[in-house]
Design a protein around this ligand. Structure first.
Ligand SMILES: [Zn+2]
Length: 344
């Protein structure tokens, strides 16, 4: 018995059916109707056993296989079509309005100490100062002796020093003043420098103290320099840094490396001088120490104190940052908490 397959009829029917399919369930059902275990192809194959003639059997088998391949191609095409449709629908569901501003990725921000240091630098650079740097590990000569603080000097006890050697020769600098000495030793007057940097003292970390903190040292050397020059430069700095209304007050003080020496106050930036908690009702807040360079300091760097005068000042960067940015606790400055840094 000879069997014939109406290929065109089968393909035509399938194409119509396949067109109506809209989802994967319908697709699977239709596919098994044609290609499944009880499907059309299977039943056509089963008919093979009814053919006796070897040649016909062969021919029939071949055409069933060809039909099978054609069907598979049609189903494959439909499958990719369905998958594409599924993907598009998913995309539609997840559609995002790209005109809405996205959540900003957090980017790094400068620590407030760095920011403040740069602000101070910029102000003094604008007044003709240049920035000088020096080592944090110092010899005691630069940190003390050259700054009119010899070994017997009581002021040496005022600063709790981290010594790095038993003979107390090597130490972590207690202030940035050694940079003054180093600069003067290698350059001729007149000069104007600031030297920002880390300094070290044996202090417990609390709301106002840290064993490591930052200073900016200033040194100005020229002929006929007087206290009025010092006051003028500090006033310009204070007004640029804290605001135009700030005034500056010099109170007599003592440092071994300056004579005369002053504690420098600014009018309270919180109450405008009327008196508040921060200024302890005095109307003034201390921001730095300063004075005219002591003749002995000039002598240790071979500057003639009869020809040259100068002023020097040293301020804590943390101190002025806390005032300017109203930070009650020093430790906030070291935490690097991005929420804190962003809001300051
Ligand atoms: Zn006040």
């Amino acid at each position: 018995m000879a069997l014939t397959i109406d290929r065109d009829e089968i393909i035509g029917t399938l194409k119509r059916e396949i067109q109506e399919i809209t989802d994967m369930q319908e697709f699977q059902n239709l596919k098994s109707k044609y290609l499944g275990k009880k499907g059309l192809i299977k039943s056509l194959m089963n008919s093979l056993k009814d053919i006796d003639d070897v040649e016909l059997k062969k021919e029939y088998g071949k055409s069933v296989n060809e039909l099978k391949e054609e069907l598979e191609t049609l189903f494959d095409e439909k499958l990719s079509e369905l998958k594409e449709k599924e993907r598009e629908e998913k995309e539609k569901k997840n559609w995002v309005d790209i005109t809405i501003p996205g959540a900003r990725r957090k980017i790094g921000k400068e620590n407030l100490i760095t920011k403040t240091r740069k602000e101070i630098e910029e102000i003094f650079i604008g007044m003709g100062f240049s920035v000088a740097e020096g080592p944090e590990i110092e010899n005691s000569w630069y940190n003390f002796d050259a700054l009119n603080t010899p070994e017997w000097h009581p002021a040496r006890e005022m600063q709790d020093t981290f010594y790095l050697s038993l003979d107390k020769e090597k130490l972590l600098r207690t202030h940035t003043s050694p940079v003054q000495v180093r600069t003067m030793l290698k350059s001729k007057p007149p000069l104007a420098i600031i030297s920002p940097g880390r300094v070290y003292r044996k202090d417990e970390l609390d709301a106002t103290h840290s064993p490591v903190f930052h200073q900016v040292e200033g040194l100005y050397v020229d002929r006929n320099v007087s206290v009025s020059h010092l006051k003028m430069y500090l006033e310009v700095f204070a007004q640029k840094f804290f605001g135009n209304k700030v005034s500056v007050l010099l109170r007599p003080s003592y440092f071994p490396f300056t004579e005369p020496s002053f504690e420098v106050d600014i009018s309270c930036i919180f109450c405008g001088g009327k008196g508040c908690n921060v200024c302890k009702n005095t109307g003034w807040i201390e921001i730095l120490g300063a004075g005219l360079v002591h003749p002995n300091v000039f002598q240790s760097v071979n500057y003639d104190p009869k020809v040259w005068q100068g002023f020097a000042f040293g301020m804590g960067i943390e101190r002025v940052a806390m005032l300017k940015y109203n930070i009650p606790d020093l430790r906030e400055l070291y935490k690097n908490d991005i929420r804190f840094i962003e809001n300051s």
